[in-house]
Design a protein around this ligand. Structure first.
Ligand SMILES: [Zn+2]
Length: 280
């Protein structure tokens, strides 16, 4: 098993070229992955195999994720500088219309969302343009489409726009700071419960570290101990290597668009390197 996980951010819109726009990149990458003869599968399949619960054929497969849960994930939005942006969800639908369901029958995108509505409202004003683009009303429809899974990206991202210190003495702006029982319950368990309540009866099962900040307390102590109790199967970081059978369940590596690759050529090399190892 050798599966690369790719990650996109809907708020990354710095222009309308591949290199600065995760929507342009996402749509192009769907075509590239398909043209390379690779299969897109849900993140949960990979986790289930890793935990020995399932035996999906994951040869020459790719997993897609997106972070932060802005409305850009689901709705086409009119960016104030760069115009209309095709959402990740609509890009999946476009792909399916072009190629038919049989082309990528397991097509799926895992969306890691921020739970706290007040924190999202603050981010909408301080980081976006104050147009209510950090909402949750699309979560259920996205999940019901079968193309998107809604998962846990913490209570409030411990985002720098929040008042510091936060509850339990939490210094804001850095997820490495989440290093006590109370802080972990606040950031991770509270988000699990909130998202589960919104998505009932389905529960989130995957966690993604904000900013890719992975500390020893969370990855080696708290999540191995408390993760399964709160319904979590695995956690995702940004290690930029394919997931294999030896990967750490509580720090599964991902490749980040715009950071680990900036062009279709770079992504092709990454995907083929992983697929070659898998085929060997
Ligand atoms: Zn994030």
């Amino acid at each position: 098993m050798q599966v690369p996980i790719l990650t996109y951010h809907g708020v990354n819109v710095a222009g309308n070229e591949y290199a600065g726009n995760d929507h342009v990149a996402f749509a192009a990458d769907l075509e590239l992955i398909h043209a390379l003869g690779l299969r897109i599968v849900p993140a949960q399949w990979l986790v289930d195999n890793l935990l020995g619960r399932a035996g999906h054929d994951l040869r020459r497969c790719v997993v897609l994720t997106c972070d932060d849960g802005s409305n850009f994930d689901y709705y086409d939005l009119d960016h104030p500088e760069h115009g209309s942006q095709r959402s990740f969800f609509n890009a999946l639908l476009d792909f399916r219309r072009r190629h038919g369901r049989a082309a990528q029958p397991d097509l799926h995108l895992t969306a890691f969302v921020i739970a706290d509505p007040q924190a999202r409202a603050r981010m909408d004003v301080s980081c976006l343009v104050g147009r209510n683009w950090m909402q949750q009303e699309w979560w259920r429809a996205a999940q019901a489409s079968g193309l998107i899974g809604i998962e846990n990206h913490s209570w409030d991202h411990n985002h720098p726009c929040l008042d510091s210190p936060g509850p339990h003495g939490l210094a804001r702006g850095d997820f490495h700071a989440v290093a006590s029982e109370e802080q972990a319950e606040f950031e991770i368990t509270q988000a699990q419960e909130y998202i589960a309540a919104q998505m009932a009866p389905r529960q989130p099962r995957l966690f993604c570290y904000p900013f890719g900040h992975v500390n020893d307390f969370l990855s080696r102590d708290w999540l191995p101990r408390r993760g399964p109790e709160v319904g979590l199967d695995a956690a995702f970081g940004d290690g930029a290597t394919p997931v294999n059978a030896d990967s750490d369940r509580w720090n599964l590596p991902r490749y980040i668009c715009g950071w680990h690759w900036r062009s279709p050529e770079q992504l092709r090399d990454t995907l083929l390197a992983a697929a070659d190892v898998a085929a060997a």
